[in-house]
Write a protein that binds this ligand. Structure first.
Ligand code: FE2
Ligand code: FE2
Length: 196
């Protein structure tokens, strides 16, 4: 799938990313495991911050459960390949995006939902690249399945934002945050990661 067709993202991945990823598949799988666990954590921490928002709690419960299933799926692949589940230095992506979240409410809620949506959208794009280019048919199938879930997740975060804020406000802020997201990824990180 062409990156340009993915809603939300302002720039497709650098053309060298997929080659680096395919040359370091075990690292990408290990980082992917960390990403799935962190995605579940993001959903749970948002629920904890807004425990009375019923729509948000319902949607994020489903996302957290799915992310943990993905986590288990990726961990099974790691185990099959004999790759130990160990720590990996994260790229600056998550930290830099979090820094763009405004501190006061209700801006904090909007920004948190949109940053989560952007991370899901980028995961969708990157897993799509892996699905299209990975020579291992079984792994390509795994990526194909997971990328579809990430697409649903960015849609869910977008819907949660539009349930609380006007479409105009959501769209305007999304464009600002998407520009920041694209700028972060324009700077290559020394190590290959899902979000490098
Ligand atoms: Fe996931
Ligand atoms: Fe996701």
């Amino acid at each position: 799938m062409a990156a340009a067709t993915i809603r939300f993202l302002q720039a497709p991945s650098r053309s060298d990313w997929i080659d680096q990823a395919l040359a370091n598949l075990d690292v990408i799988l290990l980082d992917h495991s960390h990403c799935e666990r962190k995605a579940a954590g993001v959903a749970i921490s948002l629920m904890s911050r807004y425990p009375a928002n019923e729509l948000l709690v319902r949607e994020l419960t489903a996302i957290a459960q799915e992310e943990l299933e993905h986590f288990a799926q990726v961990n099974r692949v790691l185990a099959d390949r004999g790759v130990a589940l160990e720590g990996l230095s994260p790229p600056p992506y998550g930290k830099l995006l979090s820094a763009a979240v405004r501190k006061g409410e209700p801006d904090r809620l909007l920004d948190s939902l949109l940053v989560a949506a952007l991370i899901e959208a980028r995961s969708h794009e990157r897993l799509g690249l892996l699905a299209d280019h990975c020579p291992d048919a079984q792994l390509a199938k795994l990526y194909r399945g997971l990328m579809a879930s990430e697409a649903r997740h960015y849609g869910a975060y977008w819907l949660l934002a539009t349930a609380e804020f006007s479409r105009e406000v959501v769209q305007g802020r999304l464009e600002e945050l998407a520009a920041i997201e694209a700028a972060i990824l324009a700077e290559p990180y020394g190590e290959v990661r899902i979000h490098s």
